[in-house]
Ligand binder design. Structure first.
Ligand code: SAH
Ligand code: F3S
Length: 435
């Protein structure tokens, strides 16, 4: 009988894909089967995030809870970025943990699971050509890592320390992987990388001359693939050729994440982001000119060390000018192994909270206007999930969540939907035609 695997995933899309890789490896090579019931699991894995401090603190209380609930003899493994940055310390603090597997070492899951107290956290490990087994949470959409690690050194960010230097995965392997997913029913691919549009900067063993724009062109030639998304691009690498490709390639979904972090050129410099407020605004204006229908989303950090009222006003001004649809906003959280954690001029939590509230409140107003304006419009929606009450959910080309009444027949279809109702998080609509 198969052993049971329970896996919890925190953090970013890359972690979601790493979880799929672990599930594939464990089910194909070690005969594990997924369960959603912790109490019946033989193996419990927590795939962690360490970008902010909160999830790290949560990890240890969670291990305690899992320990009480788990059946006798069940193993607990900690994977992901917190595994990379704390390593052995996790087992010292929580000896009930059986293994620690870093974000750069996912392919070793089948080894560590067999050893007591194994710790695999090396960040120079190259798994860029490792052939993972096949597993997709949703067969209609494929997530595909195109690079691992990050070569940037944003001074607030722990990711380069946990995921290591950036290595791109050879484009032929990517085409093979995506073609396989398409043959298994996926019409959409989400290309993943910590700095996705820096693709091609460095390969491991392979030698290749291709950049992200070239990769987009190569991937769009795959028959049967209808939609391409990607995350997260860096504003600095959004050159004209890339934006032209984004706007003119019909397979590329018109949704783009442009992570601002701060609107103040001075703070962007202290963050080592490599662009100015003007460059950022210029890139967003270019997107709006080439592609007025595109939805632009962003990440913003408030309370970065040294952020003055004037700096924060710059951020508010960029929000006002670009009118981001989705906003992921955070209070700055000092992280180990980062330069900014050593900066002297930390902003008080009180000030950061006031700024975050103001930013989020204004963004909510913008979002409400954007969503209300959808009523009466027609969106092409790719349906991929059945919901209770005879409802089906999917995403519009520009990434909005859309619900309609319907059943299985809609799954895997891209269909015109007329929007009838809007709320902050989703749209309701009616199907106009079905191909
Ligand atoms: N390039 C990555 C960024 C990883 S971190 C990606 O594609 O997702 C995701 C977001 O977390 C960042 O864009 C930033 O806004 C936020 N973040 C990172 N480090 C942070 C910190 N120390 N404090 C607060 N927010 C942080
Ligand atoms: Fe982090 Fe900057 Fe890379 S936010 S993941 S160091 S691009």
């Amino acid at each position: 009988m198969s052993k049971k695997l329970f896996i919890e995933t925190l953090g970013c899309a890359m972690n979601v894909r790493d979880t799929e890789h672990m599930i594939a490896e464990l089910s194909i090579k070690k005969d594990y089967e997924l369960t959603e019931t912790l109490e019946e699991a033989d193996l419990i894995i927590i795939n962690t995030c360490s970008v902010r401090e909160k999830p790290v603190a949560k990890l240890f209380s969670e291990i305690g809870v899992f320990n009480k609930k788990k059946k006798e003899g069940a193993k607990i493994g900690v994977a992901g970025c917190t595994a990379s940055h704390l390593g052995e310390e996790i087992i010292k603090r929580a000896p009930s943990v059986d293994f620690v597997l870093g974000a750069r070492n996912v392919s070793k899951i089948t080894e560590v699971v067999e050893k007591k107290h194994a710790v695999e956290v090396s960040t120079d490990y190259d798994e860029s050509t490792y052939a993972f087994g096949e597993y997709r949470t949703n067969s209609f959409k494929a997530m595909v890592n195109i690079s691992i690690g990050c070569d940037k050194a944003c001074t607030f960010c722990i990711v380069p320390a946990t995921r290591g230097d950036e290595i791109s995965i050879p484009s032929d392997l990517l085409v093979q992987e995506i073609t396989k997913a398409v043959n298994n029913g996926a019409k959409e691919v989400m290309l993943l990388g910590q700095n996705v549009n820096n693709y091609g900067r460095r390969f491991g063993a392979a030698e290749e001359k291709i950049d992200f724009t070239g990769l987009l062109q190569k991937i769009s030639a795959i028959d049967g693939l209808e939609r391409i998304r990607f995350t997260s691009p860096h504003p600095l690498h959004m050159d004209d050729a890339f934006l032209d490709e984004f706007a003119s390639n019909p397979k590329i979904c018109k949704q783009i994440h442009v992570p601002l972090q701060s609107g103040s050129t001075q703070l962007l410099k202290a963050m080592k982001r490599g662009y100015t407020k003007e460059w950022f605004l210029n890139r967003c204006e270019k997107i709006r000119t080439l592609c007025p229908e595109a939805a632009i989303s962003t990440d913003i950090i408030v309370g970065f060390p040294g952020e003055s009222d004037a700096d924060f006003e710059d951020t508010m001004e960029v929000l006002e000018k670009v009118r981001f649809e989705q906003l992921f906003s955070f209070k700055y959280s000092p992280r180990p192994h980062t330069e900014a954690a050593e900066y002297g001029n930390q902003v008080s939590d009180e000030v950061a909270s006031v700024r975050l509230t103001r930013l989020q409140k204004r963004h909510t107003e913008i979002l409400d206007e954007v969503m209300d304006a959808q009523v009466g419009k027609v969106h092409k929606v790719y349906f991929d999930e059945l919901k209770p009450g005879n409802r089906v959910a999917g995403r519009s080309d520009d990434g909005k969540l859309v619900f309609v009444e319907g059943s299985e027949e809609l799954l895997g279809q891209i269909v015109d939907v007329k929007i009838t109702k809007a709320s902050r998080g989703a749209l309701d609509g009616v199907v106009l035609n079905q191909s």
